[in-house]
Design a protein around this ligand. Structure first.
Ligand code: SAM
Length: 252
């Protein structure tokens, strides 16, 4: 499998990806804001609205990092419950392979507010420690491109989803206008590693992130991968001209 420009074994990729996120954990949210001028928050907001969280549901956020999506899920589910006078509380689990990311998230999350409804679990998204049909919704944002075997990951998400459960995958993707792709490539290859070096003191990790984005399949190819893994009616929503895309599908 590839890790940036290099070919490595699957276990080597897992170890190196861990190293990347251990290194960037403490500056992770700040770097996201700087790299995307804050726009990643809007993409995540739109993605969670599309997922349509409901009271009483169980949500798993794979590669959840600092837990932004899980908290959004609980917020939106509570709002939906309030509108309809339903008291049942949703619960969410942030699962990440990297304890440094989870610790950074825990330190920031208002855990008291969630009163045991928000859990943090260190596990590999390709091998989830949950029985079949455990969740109503699974999300992965900016995480699946780091998996050693993406297709295995998708199958695993389907396994833990209840029939009719939904999967939302938010990931960097490919620009829909080829002319813009050139400008975006220039930005990402030149500016992002430099920002990484300045803000997080780590140029190499950001170089890897840029390269892993370039290697991720385009919208239609990834849609087919989701369908092959057992998701139906997969829809694609492009954000900011395809810099990111949300793939949404139903587990059947
Ligand atoms: N979802 C968060 C967000 O959108 O801000 C974090 C995204 S961050 C770019 C990628 C995350 O994927 C990191 O926290 C990393 O530790 C995690 N990760 C990478 N490979 C993983 C795997 N195989 N299983 C679980 N998490 C993984």
């Amino acid at each position: 499998v590839s890790f940036g420009f290099e070919e490595v074994t699957e276990s080597e990729k897992v170890a190196r990806v861990k190293g990347v996120f251990r290194s960037v954990a403490s500056r992770y949210d700040l770097m996201n804001d700087l790299m995307s001028a804050g726009v990643h928050r809007l993409w995540k907001h739109d993605a969670m609205n599309k997922l349509n969280p409901q009271p009483g549901e169980r949500h798993l956020d794979v590669a959840g990092g600092t837990g932004e999506l899980a908290r959004a899920f609980l917020d939106l589910a509570d709002k939906a419950g309030k509108r309809r006078g339903i008291d049942a509380k949703a619960t969410a689990i942030v699962c990440d392979i990297n304890d440094a990311m989870l610790e950074a998230g825990k330190a920031r999350a208002d855990n008291a507010k969630w009163n045991g409804r928000l859990d943090w679990v260190c596990a590999d998204g390709q091998n989830l420690p949950y029985p079949d049909r455990s969740f109503d919704a699974v999300t992965v944002s900016f995480g699946i491109r780091n998996f050693a075997d993406r297709v295995e990951g998708l199958k695993e998400f389907r396994r833990v989803l209840k029939p009719g459960g939904r999967l939302g995958v938010l990931e960097f993707s490919h620009m829909t206008a080829p002319a813009l792709q050139a400008a975006y490539d220039t930005y990402s290859y030149n500016v992002i590693p430099r920002l990484g070096s300045l803000v997080a003191g780590d140029r190499e990790s950001y170089q890897y992130l840029v390269e892993s984005i370039r290697q991720f399949p385009d919208q239609e190819t990834f849609r087919a991968e989701m369908e092959n893994a057992g998701f139906s009616r997969v829809s694609v929503t492009n954000f900011s001209g395809g810099i990111a895309a949300l793939h949404f599908g139903w587990a059947v």
